[in-house]
Design a protein around this ligand. Sequence first.
Ligand code: AOF
Ligand code: ZN
Length: 384
Amino acid sequence: MVEETDVAGRASSAGRASSAGRASSTGRASSTEHEAMARAVSLARTPDVRTHPNPQVGAVLLDATGAEIGSGFHRGVDHSHAEIEALAQAGHLARGATAVVTLEPCNHTGRTGPCSEALINAGVVRAVYGQPDPNPLARGGADALAAAGIDVEGGVLAEEARSLNPVWSFAMERQRPLVTWKFAATLDGRVAAADKTSRWISSAESRAEVHRIRAEVDAVVIGTGTVLADDPHLTVRDERGVLLSRQPLRVVVGERRLPTAARVLDSAAPTLVAETRDVSVVLDTLFARDVHHVLLEGGPTLAAAFLRADLTDRVIGYVGPRLLGSGPALVGALDVDTISDAVELTIDDVCLVGGDIRWTARLHGSAPLFINPDPATTDTERAD
Ligand code: AOF
Ligand code: ZN
């Protein structure tokens, strides 16, 4: 691989000595604590905060009467964790408090120190969290708090808490990026005409939307075949053609040599040339670089390689109302000879975009991802 370029609930804390050493999720959280969790969730959702590669996290501290004495949210890698912000606000009032956090407090020293230790040192007596931490490097905070005699309860508004970070959670649970395969095809499933022309398979609106989707992912992956056939830029630009300041990593997969003048190798955005056909190696390399969401925009060969390896999670397909009758099919060989072996998809959403049918699906059997199919509205436009 070569790189180019309530307090009611608080009564239970009296019994904490008996449960010391183990975190629980027994549904004892009070209505005040539930309300505090809902507030922590909305704090974590503060708009225009990009925490990548970290999760969005919110925290609220309650005193013994259930009054809020501090709150915080995570603002990104160069900033404190949510719990530390809330503790700083509460100061000495944190002693005897209940911490309500959307994510299990961390137990590791990464870019910052362990929040479990900070909560223990601050004298917090109860900790309520939403989502158990799926990050193997950071998890264990609940048990560390319980071992210190703190009354711990997890799983409060767990789904809402997880929904703050569906992509991050997926990537941490699987230890690989989420793969969204995007395609544009005709009604008869062709991605180009017999003469290789492919530019107007989908509408201008669909192509603009793809730019908005690109702006939200961490990497865009194509194969050498697409570089040789289409010479795409794979950058994200606004409606005036100006490059956005944050560009996803461009990734080219395959062993064929690329022309040095290929647009994807220009300086407009970073590019990784992955000289392998093993797509799981590509995903491992990308995950090690904090890539949590990959947009697969490759042609039929690369799409088939990801599908055969069972490494495609989500599909966004634009089907244009036109027929070609000939030309390359959407996907290459899948080792499927009989209908019972077909790769099955579950459709989550169907709508019209600029006259095309856009459908969003996931691979059959995988859990719903709860990712909004509509990309955030930005000024971006113009497909390459
Ligand atoms: C956050 N913000 O508010 C909480 C996190 O590298 P670090 O030290 O920033 O640690 C990142 C991990 O810490 C993250 O993946 C998650 O597992 C845990 N908790 N992270 O970025 C927070 N509470
Ligand atoms: Zn932390």
